[in-house]
Ligand binder design. Structure first.
Ligand code: NAD
Length: 275
């Protein structure tokens, strides 16, 4: 299966569809991630705080796919922000994963009240220079946080991974990303499953002979977003990657655009308050 990729601002390519493993137990992660790789996913999104990096690393070794064909993302947890602590946390993540490098390393949250994210970013810049984090980015950063990174270091994150789904479309932040060459990656792309009963999405799904989950994933892809749906159920893992045989039309895109509840659609924590 040839899957689409997006170009990052450092010249590298990233698969547009990936597999998220939040709330997957370490003991189950190996089986579930192997299932995902067998189903066709080539990008895996974990984080130190998910406590499943060992299980994910084991899946990568057992999957029978060359390491070079996989795109592995992990994230630095808030307690480890700061220049030296971030470097140590990165080493610990690589050790748990059993890898020599990751494809993408993200600062998980700005936690701006700690005032450590700019120094943390300097540590990530050095990890990239050393080639151990092949690309670097952030997660849950708002415009002022991003602006501060540009102003202080001149290095623009390759990716900002943010909550994004049809009820919370983040148009202003997406426009800022586009202006500055930052790829937008959607977390909780299915609204943690809450969107799957929506009648207008169900109608679009019937029209295409697909499921609501597939329609939502297609909406992210058709908007040029990177999307990382999660499931621990093998049939749904396969369903969520079976999205490359249809496209949404202009009517579908308009109907989904109308579902945006702006700030009211947010499900997860607000980065302004999560400190
Ligand atoms: P999601 O929007 O991907 O929804 C996952 C849930 O939807 C599943 O647990 C399941 O209940 C349901 N589901 C999935 N596929 C389905 C299908 N085909 N049919 C029916 N139900 C289905 O939610 P998520 O796990 O919160 O987000 C995806 C990934 O994003 C995470 O695993 C993680 O990697 C990442 N994430 C990052 C952050 C961050 O702060 N950076 C925060 C949350 C999530």
């Amino acid at each position: 299966m040839t899957q689409p990729t997006v170009s990052l601002n450092d010249g590298r390519q990233m698969p547009q569809l990936g597999f998220g493993v939040w709330q997957v137990e370490n003991g189950q992660a190996t089986g579930i991630v192997k299932e995902a790789i067998a189903a066709g996913y080539r990008s895996i999104d974990t984080a130190a705080v998910y406590r499943n990096e060992e299980g994910v690393g084991e899946a990568i070794r057992q999957a029978g796919v060359p390491r070079a064909d996989l795109f592995v993302t992990t994230k630095l947890w808030n307690d480890d922000q700061g220049f030296d602590t971030a470097r140590r946390a990165f080493d610990a993540s690589l050790k748990r994963l059993g890898l020599d490098d990751v494809d993408l390393y993200l600062i998980h949250w700005p936690t701006w009240k700690r005032d450590a994210y700019a120094d943390t970013w300097r540590a990530l810049i050095k990890l990239k220079e050393e080639g151990r984090a092949k690309s670097i980015g952030v997660s849950n950063f708002n415009i002022p946080h991003l602006q501060r990174l540009f102003d202080e270091t001149g290095v623009v994150p390759a990716v900002n991974q943010i909550e994004l789904h049809p009820r919370f479309q983040q148009k202003e932040l997406r426009a800022f990303h586009a202006e500055h060459g930052i790829v937008t990656e959607s977390w909780s792309p299915l609204g943690q499953g809450t969107l799957l009963k929506d009648e207008s999405l169900a109608a679009i799904a019937r029209k295409h002979g697909k499921t609501p989950a597939q329609v939502i994933i297609r909406w992210h892809l058709d908007n040029g977003l990177v999307v990382i749906p999660k499931s621990a159920t093998p049939s749904r893992i396969r369903e969520n990657v079976d999205v490359f045989d249809f496209r949404l039309d202009a009517d579908d895109m308009r109907a989904i655009e109308a579902l945006d509840d702006k700030e009211g659609g947010r499900i997860g924590p607000d980065p302004e308050l999560f400190t």
